[in-house]
Design a protein around this ligand. Structure first.
Ligand SMILES: C[S@@+](CC[C@H](N)C(=O)[O-])C[C@H]1O[C@@H](n2cnc3c(N)ncnc32)[C@H](O)[C@@H]1O
Length: 229
């Protein structure tokens, strides 16, 4: 059987999966990632889940085409509700908004256990997701940025640690705050550009921009401004 090819975004997600783990892929859609993980002998088994019948039937077609029925189990249902505590090691939630990813984690308190690795790839609102994780005791242990078809994506690798100290730079840049790669630098610039746009909107509306300005200064100096005081 020919090996399945992943794009750079899904490849970055796959890089965080632990060898021989049982993986829950929440919102699997086409199931390309589960096929890759089993084909490459990275995952022992993947439970590929989706809350919509259409994507899950697409997943079933991919699993059949690659003859992966022995390594991939398909489940229809909402978030982590279709996974029993202890049934998986690594949880992947990729290709969704940061707030939806946070809601899925919030609804499954059993993942507040250091044995689970959460591999999260938010398409939007990454800072809301990081804020939720850090405030809930999940550490962002590693993060990577990747450029794919001129877009920048980030992938977070997280686990529950009970109590985590963090600052605003961790919320906005996460594990990319001191990453020297070109992709991470582009990611940080994108965050600053977005805040700059928000500030221009506030200024136009005659609103107070002092807090946003202070945040942008901090991010532009990558959190070093506080340390220098
Ligand atoms: C854009 S696709 C992402 C597919 C794949 N994970 C990726 O990153 O390429 C999002 C998928 O998540 C599914 N989804 C959305 N909300 C979900 C939820 N609460 N539980 C499970 N699946 C969900 C959608 O049906 C859709 O198939």
């Amino acid at each position: 059987m020919r090996p399945i090819q992943l794009d750079a975004r899904l490849g970055a997600v796959a890089n965080f999966v632990r060898k021989d783990s049982v993986v829950a892929d929440i919102g699997t859609d086409h199931a390309y990632l589960p096929v890759f993980l089993v084909q490459q002998n990275i995952a022992k088994k993947v439970i590929a889940c989706d809350c919509n019948a259409g994507p899950l039937s697409r997943a079933a077609e991919t699993v059949k085409a690659y003859r992966m029925e022995n390594g991939i189990v398909l489940r229809l249902g909402d978030g982590l509700k279709v996974i029993s505590p202890g049934e998986c090691d690594d949880v992947i939630i990729a290709g969704m908004g940061g707030e939806l990813i946070a809601d899925i984690i919030k609804a499954a308190p059993w993942v507040k256990d250091p044995r689970y690795r959460l591999i999260l790839q938010p398409m939007t609102k990454a800072e809301r997701l990081r804020k939720f994780l850090l405030e809930s005791g999940f550490a962002v242990e590693r993060e990577t940025a990747v450029v794919d078809s001129d877009k920048i994506y980030n992938v977070l690798c997280s686990a529950y640690r009970g109590q985590v100290t963090f600052d605003e730079t961790d919320i906005f840049f996460g594990g990319l705050r001191s990453d020297q790669s070109a992709a991470a630098a582009a990611y940080r610039q994108k965050v600053i550009d977005r805040l700059q746009k928000r500030m221009a909107g506030l200024q136009k509306a005659g609103k107070n921009t002092a807090a946003l300005l202070a945040l942008m200064r901090k991010l532009q100096t990558n959190g070093k401004e506080d340390a220098a005081k």
